[in-house]
Structure formats: C-alpha cells, structure tokens
Design a protein around this ligand. Structure first.
Ligand code: NAD
Length: 259
C-alpha cells in the first residue's frame, strides 16, 4: 500500500528532487506540491497534480508533508501539522532555538521527523563521531569543516552542527557550552574541550563534512561527501514511509534507519 505525500518548497532544489524521487517510489504518491505564491512554478502541472500555494490544503489532504523550505515557513507548517495531525518530515536547516522548541511542541500532536541530514551516510557518520569522541576524550581537539554550494544561506550547516552535537554527546557535554562557530582576529589559543567549525562556500557542492580529531603526533579524519541531493531526497521519502501512521512524537533518522 502506498502513502500520500505533499512536497513543501516544491519549486526549490530539494523540492524538485523530492517530487522526482517520490514519484519514482512505488510506496509513495505525490498528492500535493506547494511553494510561495510568487514562485513562477505555481500553476504548473506535474502529471497527476498541480503545484499550488495552498499550504493548508496540503496538510489537510496528505499522510505526510515533506518540508525543505526556509525557517520563515516553519511556524505556519508546525501549526498546520498540529491542527491536522499530519506526519511532518522536516529538513529545513537554520532554525533558531524558539523554532526548535516549536517543532518539539508540535511533536506532541503529530508524528514529526526532524533531521539536518537525511542521508544514510551522514547519520552513520554521526554514530561514528559520537563513538570516537567518547573513546578519545578531551585530550583530542575536534574541528569540523563543511563545504556547500554558493546558494546556501545558513552557516555552519545544519549537518555540521548535528555532527558537533554527536561529538559533544560522546564527551557528555552540551555543544552550546563548547562550540566555536567561527574564528577571526586575535582569537587567543585554543581552549581545551572546544569543538570548532569552519565553513567553505562555492560552486555546486551538494555537501561535504569532515570531522578531525587532532591528537599529539596523530590525527583521525572521518567524513562524508554528497555528490547529489538525491541521497537527501531518498532518505526523506524513506522517512515519510516510516513515519506514516505512527503516533505523535519526535523521531530521528537514526530511528528510521535503525542505526
Ligand atoms: P531552495 O532555496 O532551492 O528551495 C527552497 C524553496 O522553499 C524555494 O522554492 C522557496 O520558494 C520555498 N519556500 C520558502 N518559503 C516557503 C513557504 N512559506 N511555503 C512554501 N515554500 C516556501 O533551497 P534548497 O537547497 O532546496 O534547501 C531548502 C532547505 O533544505 C534549506 O534549509 C537547506 O539547508 C535544507 N536541506 C536539508 C537537507 C537535509 O538532509 N535535511 C538536505 C539539503 C538541504
């Protein structure tokens, strides 16, 4: 049996990939696709459905809404998911603390999957990072680098922060207490226990992340390179199928991938 999905941000890079991926998947039917009213693609027919700006109808009509948009859209989508109990696969990054709290609150009313990265590879990487951070301890300096295309609007990437949280968890600390999101000027020497981030932007890079553990006279590097957004779209469609029909709650890709 297939489930119905609605794609939010359907005119965007991820939205277009999600439409193609969900249509190709025997387990999903795309029933609705929505973007901002000013998008030139609104009104365009895609096979069985037409891209509209009717967000409320999407949340009312589908089993699961797949949302790769902007943080400015998140509050409205949370309200509609809670009102209709619609499954909500949220991939938007750059959410502030208030929006993250709202997502958690929505998960008391609807099944919500929230991940900064829907690929199998990065979710497995986060498990490895947590293990390595735990095994190595504070004597090793952790630095995370990320590279993305020149159209990305937030930094560090949601995935870099997710990997930072995994490292912090391995050390049993809160990332917010040890993070250094960027450096410039007279920074002083590196404090022990800090988790550092560095950002590169350019070209059409789909996403690269490397976590470096610097010891004395040795270094461990583990990382992931995405060469296509297809991996995020496939992961999000897998998440939608896994989420459909579940009880209200906040779920992670580790749950859906069973890793
Ligand atoms: P994009 O700019 O190409 O697309 C975003 C789309 O959302 C645009 O078409 C925009 O018009 C639309 N949009 C904005 N507000 C909207 C609203 N209120 N209602 C409906 N549509 C709205 O960006 P993108 O590269 O597709 O990325 C989108 C988001 O997904 C970003 O936050 C990005 O970081 C994130 N992302 C997450 C993952 C993941 O695995 N979690 C992977 C890739 C990208």
């Amino acid at each position: 049996m297939s489930i119905s999905v609605g794609i939010l941000g359907a005119a965007g890079r991820m939205g277009q990939m999600l439409i193609a991926t969900a249509e190709a998947d025997a387990g999903t039917v795309v029933k609705a696709a929505v973007d901002r009213a000013e998008s030139p693609l609104v009104g365009t027919a895609f096979g069985e459905f037409t891209l509209t700006a009717d967000t409320a109808a999407l949340f009312r009509d589908v089993d699961v809404a797949i949302d790769f948009t902007l943080p400015s859209a998140t509050a409205e989508h949370a309200r509609l998911a809670a009102e209709h109990g619609t499954g909500w696969v949220l991939g938007t990054t750059g959410l502030d603390d208030d929006l993250i709290a709202l997502v958690k609150q929505t998960a008391t009313k609807a099944p919500v999957m929230f991940s900064a990265n829907y690929s199998l590879g990065v979710n497995l990487l986060s498990v490895l990072v947590e293990q390595a951070a735990q095994a190595l301890g504070e004597g090793w300096d952790i630095e995370i680098t990320e590279t993305h295309h020149n159209q990305k609007v937030d930094a560090p990437s949601g995935t870099a922060l997710m990997l930072g949280r995994a490292a912090a968890k391995g050390r049993d600390v809160a990332l917010a207490d040890v993070q250094r999101l960027s450096r410039e000027g007279q920074t002083g020497i590196r404090p022990a226990g800090e988790i550092g981030f560095a950002t590169l932007r350019g070209g059409d890079v789909a996403g690269e992340h490397h976590v470096n553990f610097f010891g004395t006279a040795e270094r461990i590097e583990i990382g992931h390179r995405a060469t296509s957004r297809e991996i995020f779209a496939k992961g999000a469609v897998h998440a939608a199928k896994w989420l459909a029909g579940r009880e209200a709650g906040l779920y992670s890709m580790r749950d859906a991938l069973e890793i």
